[in-house]
Design a protein around this ligand. Structure first.
Ligand code: NAD
Length: 240
């Protein structure tokens, strides 16, 4: 008989969670590929989000980039949901060693997770392209048009990995180390369509691979347990 998620978690000593935008949809942040995701919204349909969120678009259409970014990727009111809270609780219980996320919203940290590897950066970190000064989310969220450095008037950009840009090699190698040492990998809320992040799954050597997603993913056939449903509801049993 197939093991339940509860049994797998109970028998695991070093769980790694690998997630994506689907982890935050229950916090009100749209993902890319669901029916109400950014790909299917008006602007996303005419110019794909990948193009707007690319390095070359940022350079050539900086004002349009920030207009889209502020409207669609900044969600300062969003709060962690049951999935974020459960993962933080599993870390506190020393069951889970790391969350590897493709998300840029900072909700895992807000839920209390400490070992968070942000493959695509964070909206909470920003820096001036001219003088290098660092800023939080407020400056970018509050500026009309292109955010400017209060000290030198340079453009302030988010520390978010845009399409055409490379992932931080330090974060990547830490993620590989975590995956290689894990006995259980829980993958959730990701279409596994974005590379190189999705390719990281190959570093996992453990026994139990659990997939929690509303839609099928390319890794389902490798999983020991596939749960087709809400990640918040599925993980709620582990929330404090
Ligand atoms: P994606 O949109 O390609 O896929 C999301 C997947 O999650 C889909 O397969 C969908 O069926 C599933 N899903 C959605 N809500 C779910 C729920 N409540 N429970 C279970 N499954 C659910 O997202 P991706 O794979 O993360 O790739 C998109 C890229 O977009 C990533 O690189 C990410 O950085 C970025 N992004 C991030 C955010 C964020 O920070 N919250 C939001 C949008 C996009």
């Amino acid at each position: 008989m197939a093991k339940t998620l509860g049994t797998i978690v109970a028998l695991s000593h070093q769980i790694v969670f690998f997630g994506g935008a689907g982890v935050s949809t229950e916090s009100g942040i749209p993902d890319f590929r669901s029916a109400d995701g950014l790909y299917n919204q008006e602007l996303g349909a005419s110019i794909p989000p990948e193009e707007i969120l690319s390095h070359s678009f940022f350079v050539s259409h900086t004002a349009e980039f920030f207009a889209y970014y502020r409207t669609h990727l900044l969600h300062p009111q969003a709060r962690p949901n049951q999935a974020h809270l459960a993962l933080a609780e599993l870390e506190r219980r020393e069951k889970l060693s790391a969350v590897i996320t493709q998300n840029i919203d900072g909700l895992h940290q807000m839920a209390g997770s400490r070992a968070v590897l942000e493959l695509h950066g964070s909206v909470h970190r920003n820096h001036c392209l001219a003088c290098g000064r660092h800023y939080g989310l407020d400056l970018v969220a509050a500026s009309p048009g292109i955010p400017r450095c209060p000290a030198c008037a340079g453009v302030v950009r988010p520390d978010v990995v845009l399409y055409e840009e490379s992932l931080d090699p330090g974060v990547m190698s830490q993620a590989v180390r975590e995956l290689a040492g894990a006995d259980t990998l829980i993958v959730g809320g990701t279409s596994l369509a974005v590379y190189p992040a999705a390719g990281l799954l190959q570093a996992f050597r453990g026994r139990e691979l659990v997939l929690i997603n509303r839609e099928p993913t390319p890794a389902d056939r490798l999983a020991t347990l596939v749960i087709r449903g809400s990640i918040g509801q599925t993980l709620a049993e582990f929330a404090d």
